[in-house]
Design a protein around this ligand. Structure first.
Ligand SMILES: Cc1cc2nc3c(=O)[nH]c(=O)nc-3n(C[C@H](O)[C@H](O)[C@H](O)COP(=O)(O)O)c2cc1C
Length: 313
C-alpha cells in the first residue's frame, strides 16, 4: 500500500502535502499553468498589490552556491485584478486548490483586495504581511500591534479560509507575542517562513554585491534558511498548533526535508528556491522521495509522525 500524503486545508483536499510557495515564477497565467500541470498539489499565486508593479532593477535574484538564493524582487506583479481573473481560469481548467496571496502597501489596500478576492474563484487567501503599513515602520509581520490591527480588520472581511505568511522570528518573546495575536483570529494556517530578510552577498572579485537593489540587501532562501524555517515551524506548532495549521517553507530540496518539516509539526510544505532552480519537475521528485522515505520508516500516513519530534533524554 502506498503511504497517504494527502492533506486538508481550509476544507479543501490537497492531493499531496507539497505545493509551491508564493513568489517564485508565478506572476503570469502561463507560469501559473506550468504549476497547475505539475505535481504541485495547489497553485499559489504571486503576492499581489493594488496596482501593477514592475519591481526592482536587475539583477534582483541570484542563485547562490549550496542550493540557496538571494532576492530583492520588489514584488513585481500584475495587480490584484489580474489574479482574480487568473483564479477563475485556473479553477475552470484544473482541479486544484488555488491560493491568492495578498501583500498590500497599506491596510486600506489590503481591505480593498480582501473584499475583491471574497468574490473570486480563489479557494484560500494567504496574507503576506511583508510590507510596512507606514513608511519608516517595520514590515507588518515584525510589528505585533500592526499585525493585531490588520488581522482584526481583515478577518472581519475575509470569507475564505485565511493563511498568514510569516517572516522568520529568532527570539522566543517574538514567537509568543505573534502567537498570542494569531490565536485571537480565525486563521486557518500560518506559513513559516518568508525569506530571511536583508542579507548581503558580496562578489569578492568584482568587489560588489551580487544583486542591484537596496545596495545589495535581499532576502535569503534555500538551504541556508532550512534550520531557521524548521525552528519557526516547530515553535508555532507548539504555541498555536492545536488550532492553526502550520505550512513549512524554507530550504526544502528533498523528500527527507519534507519529512523533517512534518515531524516538526507542519501539515504541508511549500517550495520556493528549489522550484526556481529545478522547475516544475521538483514536485514529482520530492513527492516520490517523501513516499519512499516513509516506506523505509514504516509510516503509512503523515499523521503517523506529524509533530512527533522526539526529545533527547
Ligand atoms: C524570487 C522570489 C520571489 C518571492 N516572492 C514572494 C512573494 O511574492 N510572496 C511571498 O509570500 N513570498 C515570496 N518569496 C518567499 C518564498 O515564498 C519563500 O518563503 C522563501 O523563498 C523561502 O523558501 P525557499 O527556501 O524554498 O526559497 C519569494 C522568494 C523568491 C526566491
Amino acid at each position: 500500500m502506498q503511504p497517504k500524503i494527502g492533506v486538508t486545508i481550509g476544507g479543501f483536499e490537497f492531493e499531496t502535502c507539497i505545493f509551491n510557495a508564493s513568489g517564485p515564477k508565478d506572476e503570469t497565467l502561463p507560469l501559473l499553468e506550468r504549476i497547475a500541470k505539475s505535481k504541485a498539489s495547489a497553485i499559489t499565486m504571486k503576492s499581489c498589490t493594488l496596482e501593477p508593479r514592475v519591481g526592482n532593477p536587475e539583477p534582483r535574484y541570484v542563485d547562490l552556491p549550496g542550493k540557496s538564493s538571494i532576492n530583492s524582487m520588489g514584488l513585481p506583479n500584475l495587480g490584484y485584478k489580474e489574479y482574480i481573473k487568473f483564479a477563475k481560469t485556473l479553477k475552470k481548467k484544473y482541479k486544484k486548490p488555488v491560493i491568492a496571496s495578498i501583500c498590500g502597501m497599506s491596510l486600506q489596500d489590503n481591505v480593498t483586495m480582501f473584499q475583491a478576492f471574497n468574490n473570486s474563484a480563489a479557494d484560500i487567501i494567504e496574507f503576506n504581511p511583508g510590507s510596512p503599513n507606514t513608511i519608516g515602520k517595520p514590515i507588518v509581520g515584525y510589528d505585533i500591534g500592526e499585525m493585531d490591527r490588520s488581522l482584526a480588520k481583515l478577518t472581519k472581511i475575509c470569507k475564505k479560509p485565511l493563511g498568514v505568511k510569516l517572516p522568520p522570528y529568532f527570539d522566543f518573546v517574538h514567537f509568543e507575542g505573534m502567537a498570542k495575536v494569531l490565536q485571537k483570529y480565525p486563521v486557518e494556517y500560518v506559513s513559516c517562513i518568508n525569506a530571511i530578510g536583508n542579507a548581503l552577498v558580496i562578489d569578492p572579485k568584482k568587489e560588489q554585491p551580487v544583486i542591484k537593489p537596496k545596495g545589495g540587501f535581499g532576502g535569503l532562501g534555500g538551504r541556508f534558511i532550512k534550520y531557521t524555517a524548521l525552528a519557526n515551524v516547530r515553535k508555532f506548532y507548539e504555541l498555536v498548533g492545536n488550532r492553526i495549521k502550520i505550512v513549512g517553507v524554507g530550504g526544502i530540496f528533498t523528500g527527507v526535508d519534507v519529512f523533517e518539516f512534518i515531524l516538526a509539526g507542519a501539515t504541508a510544505v511549500q517550495l520556493g528556491t528549489v522550484y526556481m532552480q529545478e522547475g516544475p519537475k521538483c514536485f514529482a521528485r520530492i513527492q516520490m522521495e517523501l513516499v519512499s522515505y516513509m516506506k523505509k520508516r514504516g509510516y503509512d500516513s503523515l499523521e503517523d509522525f506529524r509533530g512527533k519530534l522526539k526529545t533527547l533524554d
